[in-house]
Design a binder for this molecule. Structure first.
Ligand code: NAD
Length: 539
């Protein structure tokens, strides 16, 4: 296969036809209340135990009513996945790749605006953030993984005259549990489609706050020809679904993205059940981040200010890669602060349908309360000062102003813990303490997902990169730490940030295959003795 190109990103500038098409979908979805079933073995299932999907920027507005899975439906889904496994595991990889490419094409051409609009309304993204996630990244995952699959299948062991050796790339035995977060539609898609591409069948537990777009993904999979039971869509309580799934003998692996708290609980549960399983399950989990921007005295203040504002506040800081702590040398602080302050004063926060808003609402009330509690903590501390923002209002939507906290202590709570909201903490260091502060940056937080270093001095970049070797799985020179592109910057971090299986690369796909080595001898031996056993006539 040819290596694909990344999907073109539309800009939705005033007057363009994409903007018109997107607005039409926004209007349609906003004036409807969808009744969303579970989908098990290709059949719609309605349990009557329902929840609602609302707009984060207008939480009184209901977009959908969804049915929640109970234990009975989880067991039905497991049965459906195991039944589908028999056929799907034997389908040629070329056909699986073809379905993958068809899904990508359907999203690119037929459902782009539906998927973007549902991500905007249900997950609180502006038009551009939805385009780079729901459309482009989803498409890129599908096309690049198809390409990586063709390369993996090409990798075969060596053979000898008279002997043929080969790998049979089997899927895992059993089913895969896919658990997705609210913040990226593309991640929801990839958590399913990566194992499915390698021949697995899955039970999908989507986040309750990304259901609208995730349901449309499921409908697109069906239209593209993913057979019944290969993906089983199960909204509902994570702990209830997880309990049944993780205690099943045929549980083969988990593909997870979300918080550490959830992943740690799942891992412990799996460990307790280990004797119950047929195979050792594959555990792939990408979790939290406390991503940094580290500035050297040779950096350009304007470039740094833009990286802070975009990196920390786009999508309200709800990216695992969002910049949430920065280390700035004293000599540049006033300049960077003035530029950053000027930019922040121009940011408006509001409805996703008003395209002038750079920021929108955070995802839900729990998240709003959690973020505000960090801001209040900083306001009440003598070791920190809230220099921009600091206000929130949840009366209509969950709005929080872009907030910057200046800290005196580099280990201040907001420098260490993931807040997952529009809050940037800044520590100003003395220029001479560059190396010392790099060490503090490395040892401050349990996470190691992304980070950037700004400098015009190559030696300083290299030095920082060395000291921060294990501080980030994705490191950026002179760029913000967000915006990884599939096929260009394979994504994932270690330490507390996850198993670092690099989604968007062949490394992730390898976790979903269980290779079997097959040796064929063309003419088998007919004597059991070996030449060395014969009498030596030379002596
Ligand atoms: P979350 O942990 O609250 O939820 C993730 C998923 O787990 C949801 O579908 C939820 O319903 C499910 N869940 C909850 N309890 C469960 C249980 N006991 N058993 C099974 N499933 C359960 O995370 P979130 O708020 O949706 O996402 C935000 C988090 O995700 C942040 O910490 C962020 O850093 C992380 N994230 C990481 C990456 C990465 O690549 N490292 C990417 C995106 C998001």
């Amino acid at each position: 296969m040819e290596r694909p190109e990344n999907e073109h990103v539309f800009d939705y500038a005033p007057g363009c036809k994409e903007r018109k098409a997107l607005n039409a979908e926004l209007d349609k979805l906003s004036s409807n209340v969808l009744d969303m079933p579970l989908i098990i073995g290709g059949k719609e299932v309605r349990t009557g135990n329902t929840g609602t999907v609302v707009m984060p920027h207008d939480h009184g507005h209901i977009l959908a009513q969804y049915h929640k899975a109970g234990e009975k439906e989880v067991n039905m889904a497991i049965e459906a996945a195991l039944k589908a496994h028999k056929e799907w595991a034997s389908v040629s990889w070329v056909e699986r790749v073809s379905i993958n490419l068809k899904i990508a094409e359907l999203i690119a051409k037929k459902y782009r605006f539906l998927l973007n609009a549902s991500t905007m309304l249900g997950q609180g993204k502006n038009a551009y953030q939805a385009e780079i996630d729901a459309a482009c990244e989803t498409i890129d995952y599908l096309r690049f993984n198809a390409f990586f699959t063709s390369e993996i299948y090409d990798l075969q062991p060596g053979s000898q005259p008279g002997i043929i050796n080969r790998f049979e790339y089997r899927p895992l035995e059993g089913f895969v549990f896919t658990v997705s977060p609210f913040n990226f539609t593309a991640i929801g898609s990839n958590l399913n489609m990566a194992p499915v591409l390698m021949g697995n069948t899955v039970i999908w537990k989507p986040s309750s706050t990304s259901l609208l777009s995730n349901y449309f993904l499921m409908k697109i999979y069906e239209e593209a020809g993913v057979p019944d039971g290969v993906i089983n869509f199960l909204p509902g309580s994570g702990s209830l679904i997880g309990k049944t799934v993780l205690s099943h003998r045929d549980f083969g692996g988990i593909h997870f993205t979300g918080s550490n708290e959830t992943f740690d609980g799942i891992w412990k549960n799996i460990a307790q059940n280990i004797k119950m399983y047929k195979s050792y399950p594959r555990l792939v989990g990408e979790t939290g981040g406390k991503d940094f921007i580290f500035v050297h005295p040779t950096a350009d203040p304007q470039e740094v200010a833009v990286a802070i504002v975009r990196g920390a506040f786009e999508f309200q800081g709800q990216k695992c890669s969002a910049a949430s702590r920065a280390y700035i040398p004293e000599s540049l602080w006033d300049d960077i602060n003035n530029r950053m302050g000027g930019m922040i004063s121009k940011i408006t926060v509001g409805d996703v349908r008003e395209f002038s808003n750079f920021m929108n609402a955070v995802i839900d009330e729990n998240s709003f309360d959690n973020i505000m509690s960090y801001i209040e903590f900083a306001k009440n501390s003598k070791d920190a000062e809230v220099i921009y923002g600091g206000k929130g209002d949840k009366s209509k939507g969950y709005f929080i102003d872009p907030t910057v906290i200046l800290v005196k202590d580099p280990h201040f709570k907001t420098m260490e813990e993931e807040i997952f909201g529009p809050v940037m903490s800044i520590y100003v260091y003395k220029d001479k303490d560059f190396d010392e502060t790099l060490k503090i940056c490395d040892q401050t937080s349990p996470y190691a997902l992304t980070g950037s270093i700004f400098s015009k001095d190559r030696e300083a970049l290299n030095n920082a990169c060395r000291i921060l070797r294990y501080a980030a799985g994705n490191i950026y020179f002179n760029d913000k730490p967000t915006g990884a592109v599939v096929g260009q910057q394979p994504f994932g971090g270690s330490r507390g940030s996850g198993t670092n299986d690099k989604s968007g690369s062949f490394l992730n796909l390898l976790r979903w295959t269980n290779p079997r080595t097959i040796k064929e001898t063309l003419i088998p031996a007919t004597e059991f003795t070996y030449p060395f056993m014969k009498e030596d006539k030379c002596h």
